[in-house]
Design a protein around this ligand. Structure first.
Ligand code: FES
Length: 86
């Protein structure tokens, strides 16, 4: 997977995902970003956030309900440059 740029609108930050993290949540935590989460398995939905632009891929289909345009960062990775309402 090639590097993806992750633009965080609310934080005004840009991170680079080089594919060394198992999921987006792990990348956020490495950068000390406070993100709500519980199960880390796509089950509870607490990490849900809005994907403004781009696309992600899930390691396995999440069980939690997600609205169109939302993602669960605990179990997905970007497949291209993405923008998040975070
Ligand atoms: S932490 Fe539970 S769905 Fe992401």
């Amino acid at each position: 997977m090639s590097d993806s740029t992750i633009t965080l609108h609310d934080h005004g930050k840009t991170l680079v995902c080089k594919g060394e993290h198992p999921n987006l949540l792990a990348l956020f935590q490495q950068h000390q970003l406070v993100v709500e989460y519980q199960c880390r398995e796509g089950y509870c939905g607490s990490c849900r956030m809005r994907l403004v632009k781009g696309d992600v891929i899930y390691s396995q289909k999440p069980l939690a309900f997600i609205n169109e345009g939302d993602i669960l960062p605990c179990c997905c990775l970007p497949v291209e440059d993405i923008e998040l309402a975070l």
